[in-house]
Design a protein around this ligand. Structure first.
Ligand SMILES: Cc1cc2nc3c(=O)[nH]c(=O)nc-3n(C[C@H](O)[C@H](O)[C@H](O)COP(=O)(O)OP(=O)(O)OC[C@H]3O[C@@H](n4cnc5c(N)ncnc54)[C@H](O)[C@@H]3O)c2cc1C
Length: 347
């Protein structure tokens, strides 16, 4: 794909100023001049920009259209009836590993696939999101290179985590094969990076796992105002946060406090222009809608299919057809439709 020559100052005017920037950190991660830094959820220019155009080209908030990326990744565009993007198969999956079951968000599919890929030597590391040591519930991008580290990072933080930033560390540590876990906007940025292609990163990227995402939240809003002030729960006493119709906060003591979803929506990250609920460009997409203890799993590519089958054959996960969970499937279709329509209305 020919690179449009755009300097960062111009990107700022075209993306950050009109609030199109989602703060994913991809421009910072992939800037070859290392002239960008990430602070307060936004990229900042801190060095000399050579106007190479890469920051603009990897940005998930600008062209090319989704259909063009689909053709390059899947060899075809999404059919109209494929409401949640191009896919091969939809299943529900669950880990058989007790350590993962104790800490995962839904069925532990994501963490199981990562640990399996690492143990089988398919990857040397996984870019995921861990929790800040200083601020409980604050997510921080992380390059995990051991099974223990991957398991420590299981579970969902609903605050936005700019996972692409960890690519810099992966490059510095010469990690040659990587899996990436992230939100739909981040998966889109990485597909754009692959298409350019930025070879040193693209050749290392072996697997893209996308998380379903209605929206993400700010730390000050969701955690400080919502959980701490409104619910009166100290973030360091929180064992798990889950969103199932409302925000359910489980404490280490086992108590469950609920925050209405309408209250949480006030803390929204800059997600209003995203029309992708199910991470439509990932190899495998994962969510928990309509299920308890299982991950709703959309397999989109051959490499995603191969990995899932191998993990199932090894007995690391159990898999059932989605036909056994029609309600979960219906919610996936409805939420995908709703998010796509929201984007079309904003255009
Ligand atoms: C911001 C956000 C919003 C979501 N919204 C929905 C939704 O509306 N509906 C739905 O069905 N599912 C949603 N999910 C996905 C869901 O919460 C689970 O992540 C998914 O079902 C996989 O479950 P699991 O047990 O297989 O994952 P696990 O095995 O628990 O692994 C989860 C992985 O996600 C990574 N992670 C955690 N927090 C973040 C973060 N903030 N950003 C990037 N990576 C992270 C972890 O490091 C880990 O690798 C959302 C996830 C996020 C991060």
């Amino acid at each position: 794909m020919p690179l449009e020559k755009v300097g960062f100052e111009d990107s700022l005017k075209r993306l950050v100023v009109p609030e199109l920037c989602v703060g994913c950190g991809s421009c910072v991660a992939f800037c070859p001049m290392k002239c960008l830094e990430y602070s307060d959820g936004l990229p900042r220019l801190v060095g000399r920009c050579t106007e190479c155009g890469i920051c603009f080209q990897v940005c998930p908030s600008c062209g090319p259209p989704q259909e063009e990326i689909e053709r390059l990744i899947f060899g075809r565009e999404r059919r109209t009836e494929e409401e949640f993007g191009v896919y091969r198969r939809v299943v529900v999956a669950q880990t058989t590993d007790r350590r993962i079951r104790e800490v995962c968000q839904d069925g532990g599919l994501v963490t199981s696939l990562l640990t399996f890929a690492l143990e089988e030597g398919l990857i040397e590391g996984a870019i995921v999101s861990c929790v800040s040591e200083e601020k409980p519930l604050k997510p921080v991008p992380k390059l995990a290179t051991t099974v223990e580290e991957i398991i420590e990072c299981a579970g969902t933080r609903y605050v936005y985590s700019p996972n692409p930033l960890a690519f810099r560390e992966a490059l510095a540590r010469r990690v040659r094969s990587l899996a990436f876990v992230g939100t739909p906007c981040q998966i889109r940025a990485l597909r754009r990076m692959e298409i350019i292609p930025l070879k040193r990163y693209a050749s290392a990227l072996k697997l893209l796992i996308g998380l379903f995402c209605s929206e993400s939240f700010t730390y000050e809003g969701f955690v400080v105002d919502g959980i701490k002030r409104k619910l009166g729960v100290d973030p360091k006493d929180v064992k798990k946060v889950n969103i199932k119709g409302k925000v359910l906060v489980t404490t280490v003591e086992g108590e469950v406090e609920a925050l209405p979803i309408e209250d949480a929506k006030k803390y929204s990250w800059n997600c209003g222009r995203c029309g992708d609920f199910s991470a439509e460009l990932a190899d495998i997409s994962a969510g928990g809608v309509g299920l308890q203890g299982w991950t709703l799993t959309v397999i989109r590519t051959e490499r995603g299919e191969t990995l899932l089958k191998r993990a199932e054959e090894k007995g690391l996960i159990r898999v059932r057809p989605v036909e056994e969970e029609p309600k979960a499937y219906r919610i996936l279709v409805n939420l995908s439709r709703r998010k796509r329509r929201r984007l079309l209305r904003r255009r």
